[in-house]
Structures are given as structure tokens and as C-alpha cells.
Write a protein that binds this ligand. Structure first.
Ligand code: SAM
Ligand code: SF4
Length: 363
């Protein structure tokens, strides 16, 4: 049995998580749906709440109240969740955090997820600083998509935003991922007024010769109450789209995922540009996401504080059916959209702890 004490890069975790036998993993049960007819087939699992950066839109310099390592799901528990979800039709897994590459067993997690029957895609969201250590093994393990976060190509700016150095390492690692032939390389840019809004053109121009999708993401109020409150830094998806059109009048539509509602390509360029309305929430009708926090709680919406403690169900000997029942309860409770989720959470005293940072929720 894997021990959840062995999660960080300094620890010695050598046992590869095993996917459960194929016989128990067929999606033979009704899919996971909510009261509004949406089907959920994509899980984002935070594998740690810790990180080697301190982005001003995410985590304060002093960090957040990190979960004790015993509270964080171990590899075996994570694999069990994936195999249970595969039974109810989940096809795509994204590992995120915190910074997922600070887990020494990240390659094993990817390999375990990729070999779970029913799982068709395994993706990773990372700040890219440690990618060179794991790139080859991640590719061999079956990673099918890589999102790298980079908010500035300028060293001073990078430092101002992340409070750490490393811009060239991230840029080199994006190139490395492309050179190695990683499928679906995307660059996440949280575009903020007063920080990096003026780099929209530079990031768009990056798609000329790089076969990446640059995704401009709206800033959301999950910054552990650092800079959102000033109201000075939010740039709307609508304003970003308008700027793209005025800078590049010949951009045309391109195919993208469900959240990449606004997606463009400059004719003849290698990559694409997308705009993600993460705050203005115009895509809730298409929501297909399940979130599991690093300490094993199910969240049915980024904007809801409601949590469903899956870790306790597992650790108290719950069966796979008990776990499925908790997922079904969580999604039966899901509100129609993120505005309604927020309204409901604001209106009641939540029994769950308020998580004010993306690193606590799982980005
Ligand atoms: N550490 C990894 C990374 O940065 O890619 C994975 C976790 S991070 C929480 C996942 C994504 O959430 C990143 O692309 C990050 O830029 C984004 N993010 C974090 N805080 C945000 C906020 N307040 N508003 C919008 N996006 C945010
Ligand atoms: Fe770390 Fe990612 Fe949060 Fe930045 S956005 S502090 S890299 S978890």
C-alpha cells in the first residue's frame, strides 16, 4: 500500500500506482449528470496545494495554510478515484495543484491514469519550472496534453508576478515540449491590467512560429485576497477579444475545447489564441468538470464553497458505490451557473472551509 506521507520531491516514493483491473472499470453505470442535463466527463485533480512559485494572483509570499501531508490524497487513493470515475463515464483527467511537478510520483500518477480503462486523455497543468526533469518520462507515461502557465516573457515582470526567477527556464521548457512532440501544448496567460496586459501582442506573436495555443485567461477572485480587491487588474474576455481583433484584423475562427469559446488563428501561423471567460462565466452551460482538491474533497463548481469529503469516505472503508453516490450527490446539488453557486455560498454559513486561493481549490 502506498503511503500518503511520500508526496513531495524530496521523499522516496518508488512504488508505481496500479490501475484497477479492467473488469471493474467499464463505464457500465449511468453517467454523472446534474439536474440541468449536463454530463460530467472531465476531472481535475489537485495533487498538492504546495508550489515553488508565489503568483500574486494566486498565493501570498508566505504561502497559504497548507494541508498536512497526511490529509493529502496518496497515489493509491488518487488512482482509486480515477478508476471509480471511469465507471461513470469520466474520460479525461487533468492533474493540477498547487504545482503538480513537485510531487515525486507525478510520472507514476500520469502512467496510472493513462492505463485506466475508459480514460482517453491525461493532461497536466504546470508552471513549467521543473518540466525538463520529467518531460521524457511524462511523454512515455502517456500524457496527452500539457498546459504551461507563463504570464510574462520579461524577467523583471515574471519576478513581479511570481515573486521568483525562472522565465527562461519556462520558455526553454515550452520549446522542449514542442521539440519532443508533446501533443496539445498550451500556454496559460492570466491577463491582468497593470501587470501584463501590454504583452498580449507579444504572446499572440509567439503563435507565429510555435504550434501552441496561447490562452488568455480572465483573472478570478481566487488570489488569497491579495490584489483582486483593488479592482484595478481585471481585464474582461470581451475586451481581450476586441484587442485581438483590432491588432490582428485577419484572425479567423479555429477549433478548440469547450472552454475555449473565443478561439482564433492568424492565417498561416503555427499556433492558436484563445480567450477564457473564467470570471464572466459565459460557458457554464457547457460545464463538464469535476474538481477534486488535494485533500480529497469534491467540488462541483469553482465558485461554490460546498465540498463533499471523498477522502473520509475512502479512509473509513467506503465502497466504490459509496464514492459514486457522493459524486452523484455533489452534482445533483450543482447550481445552474457560477453566479448562482457564488450567490448560494455567500448566502449560507458554509460548513466547508472557504478556500481563497486557486492553489487550495485546484486550478
Ligand atoms: N501551478 C500550476 C500552474 O500554475 O500552472 C497549476 C496550478 S494553477 C492554480 C492552475 C492555473 O490557474 C494556472 O494557469 C494559473 O495561472 C491559474 N490561476 C491561478 N490563480 C488564478 C486566478 N486568481 N485567476 C485566474 N487564473 C488563475
Ligand atoms: Fe503556483 Fe500555479 Fe498558483 Fe502560481 S498559479 S502560485 S505556479 S499554483
Amino acid at each position: 500500500m502506498l503511503q500518503n506521507s511520500s508526496i513531495l520531491a524530496n521523499d522516496n516514493l518508488s512504488v508505481a500506482p496500479q490501475a484497477a483491473p479492467a473488469s471493474v472499470q467499464k463505464a457500465s453505470l449511468p453517467p454523472l449528470q446534474d439536474a440541468f442535463g449536463r454530463t460530467f466527463d472531465y476531472v481535475r485533480i489537485a495533487v498538492t496545494d504546495r508550489c515553488n512559485l508565489r503568483c500574486t494572483y494566486c498565493m501570498p509570499e508566505e504561502g497559504v495554510e497548507f494541508k498536512h501531508k497526511d490529509s493529502v490524497l496518496n497515489a493509491e487513493e488518487t488512482m482509486r478515484i480515477i478508476s471509480v470515475l471511469a465507471k461513470i463515464g469520466i474520460k479525461k483527467v487533468r492533474f493540477t495543484g498547487g504545482e503538480p511537478t513537485i510531487r515525486k510520483d507525478i510520472v507514476d500518477l500520469v502512467a496510472g491514469a493513462a492505463s485506466t480503462p475508459g480514460i482517453k486523455g491525461v493532461h497536466l497543468t504546470t508552471n513549467g519550472l521543473l518540466l525538463h526533469r520529467y518531460a521524457k518520462d511524462l511523454l512515455n507515461a502517456g500524457l496527452t496534453g500539457l498546459n504551461l502557465s507563463l504570464d510574462s516573457m520579461d524577467a523583471d515582470r515574471f519576478m513581479r508576478i511570481t515573486r521568483r526567477t525562472g522565465v527562461n527556464t519556462v520558455l526553454d521548457n515550452i520549446q522542449l515540449a514542442l521539440d519532443m512532440g508533446f501533443p496539445r501544448v498550451k500556454v496559460n496567460v492570466v491577463l491582468m491590467r497593470g501587470f501584463n496586459e501590454d504583452e498580449l501582442e507579444k504572446f499572440t506573436a509567439y503563435t507565429k512560429d510555435h504550434a501552441v495555443t496561447v490562452r488568455f485567461i480572465e483573472f478570478m477572485p481566487f488570489d488569497a485576497e491579495q490584489i483582486w480587491g483593488s479592482g484595478d487588474h481585471f481585464a474582461s474576455a470581451e475586451s481581450i477579444v476586441a484587442r485581438i481583433h483590432s491588432l490582428y484584423p485577419d484572425v479567423g475562427p479555429a477549433p478548440g475545447t469547450r472552454t475555449e469559446h473565443h478561439i482564433f488563428k492568424v492565417p498561416g501561423w503555427a499556433g492558436k489564441i484563445a480567450v477564457i471567460p473564467a470570471f464572466t462565466r459565459s460557458l457554464c452551460g457547457n460545464c463538464s468538470r469535476i474538481r477534486v482538491t488535494a485533500d480529497g474533497s469534491i467540488r462541483n463548481c469553482l465558485y461554490s464553497d460546498d465540498e463533499y469529503n471523498l477522502r473520509e469516505v475512502m479512509r473509513q472503508g467506503g465502497t466504490d458505490d459509496d464514492m459514486i453516490a457522493l459524486f452523484r450527490k455533489a452534482f445533483a446539488d450543482k447550481a445552474i451557473d457560477g453566479y448562482e453557486s457564488k450567490k448560494r455560498s455567500d448566502a449560507k454559513v458554509s460548513l466547508s472551509p472557504h478556500r481563497g486561493s486557486m492553489t487550495q481549490i485546484g486550478g
